[in-house]
Design a protein around this ligand. Structure first.
Ligand SMILES: Nc1nc2c(ncn2[C@@H]2O[C@H](COP(=O)(O)OP(=O)(O)O)[C@@H](O)[C@H]2O)c(=O)[nH]1
Ligand SMILES: [Mg+2]
Length: 364
């Protein structure tokens, strides 16, 4: 399972710069066998110190981190939903992603001049949100027409659906994103079916002036307040600096970060935040030659987790042998942990906890 996050934002917000920083940071974590890099699609490793701590006692030949994909989605400008710029083509890309990373410009730079309004991150963010809401409004209106036709043909449920769609349209027209509509269970199902853009979780990224690190000053504070009002995630980073860090040898990058008050690359923080926003946790598998992190939705059962690895493991599931990653590290090896009775036996309905190290027993 590898979920996708889409970078959206106005032109010159720094999306492509951030994309480069992310794909380089991810590549630096470990060599991953399928680091697909298309121009705008990057698969990146989720930085996870727990995985490396486990590898530190197991000494495997390979350590495979969990991954997420980032897509650099260009073409969103004011009026895009009416066909300005690249028009609606970007919408198809946004529909494909599981969460949106909304990059907002909080830097001034001679190479990319600001418009006459200056640096106004909250306005910029609202321009993008209005376009997404208008695109959704169009989707909802089309669904409403279809429902009306079916209602006329005598389909009772179509009338109910039409009423729901009408409420959704009214809320979208007021700029309320679909993820904040209160429509009950059938409304939620409908939102999912229509794959509305504004139903997707959002992470706001304030792309900061490197001179204003680490917190970014008033523009970033205004954007953070916007994110807080929406209950959305927020992170501040300087994309250009991050991209440059990726070019430096590790010790120089470390010194550079220390000088700017950064504890770790913002790209790493963003990758982890993306992972959490997607509702994912990791469990680990340990073989003599490979330690691997597996991303699964929070609340996943042991049976389902086994199926993530191989359908045969789910089909022939017998039991899961489970130990928390830090208990394994403390024991020094899986063998020692078993001897101390620190490895538990769990059944198919066990809910996988973040950081579990699991050995599945199955019949073939
Ligand atoms: N000063 C500064 N400039 C940046 C930063 N991020 C991007 N830029 C510059 O802004 C311009 C637009 O960046 P780009 O990534 O192409 O934006 P996109 O249109 O959103 O993909 C480029 O000249 C970048 O070098 C940043 O964090 N600080
Ligand atoms: Mg770009």
């Amino acid at each position: 399972m590898s979920l996708a996050l889409g970078l959206v934002g106005l032109p010159n917000a720094g999306k492509s710069t951030l994309f480069n920083a992310l794909t380089r940071a991810g590549a630096a974590v470990a060599s991953y066998p399928f680091t697909t890099i298309e121009p705008n699609l990057g698969q990146v490793a989720v930085p996870d110190p727990r995985l490396h701590a486990v590898a530190g006692v197991i000494h495997p030949a390979r350590t495979l981190p969990a991954t997420v994909r980032f897509i650099d989605i260009a073409g969103l400008v004011a009026g895009a939903s009416r066909g300005e710029g690249l028009g609606n083509r970007f919408l198809a890309h946004i529909r494909e992603v599981d969460a949106i990373v909304h990059v907002v410009r909080c830097f001034s730079d001679a190479a990319a001049p600001l418009d006459e309004a200056g640096m106004v991150p909250v306005r910029d963010a609202e321009i993008v949100e209005v376009e997404l809401a208008l695109a959704d409004l169009e989707t909802v209106e089309r669904a409403r027409e279809r429902a009306a036709t079916r209602a006329k043909a005598g389909e009772a449920s179509a009338r109910e659906q039409g009423a729901l769609l009408q409420r959704m349209a009214a809320a979208l027209a007021e700029g309320v994103p679909a993820r904040r509509h209160s429509l009950g269970a059938s409304g939620c199902a409908l939102v999912r079916e229509l794959r509305l853009l504004t139903a997707k979780p959002v992470i706001y990224v304030a792309n900061l002036d490197e001179r204003l690190l680490p917190d970014g000053g008033p523009p970033a504070a205004a954007l953070r307040a916007l994110a807080d009002r929406q209950g959305a995630a927020f992170i501040g980073l300087a994309a250009r600096l991050e991209a440059e860090l990726g070019d430096l040898p590790p010790d120089e990058a470390q010194a550079y970060m220390a000088a700017t008050g950064l504890e770790e690359p913002g790209a790493n923080r963003l990758i982890r935040l993306g992972f959490a926003t997607l509702g994912l946790v990791s469990f680990f598998t340990v073989l003599s030659n490979e330690v691997r992190a597996w991303p699964v939705p929070r609340g996943t059962t042991a049976l389902w987790a086994a199926g993530e690895i191989h359908t045969d493991m789910a089909r022939g599931f017998i039991r899961a042998e489970v130990i928390a990653w830090d208990a394994l590290v403390a024991a020094g090896s899986l063998h020692a942990a078993r001897d101390h009775g620190a490895v538990r036996t769990e059944g198919r309905d066990y809910q996988v906890a973040d950081g579990d190290v699991i050995t599945f027993r199955f019949a073939v």
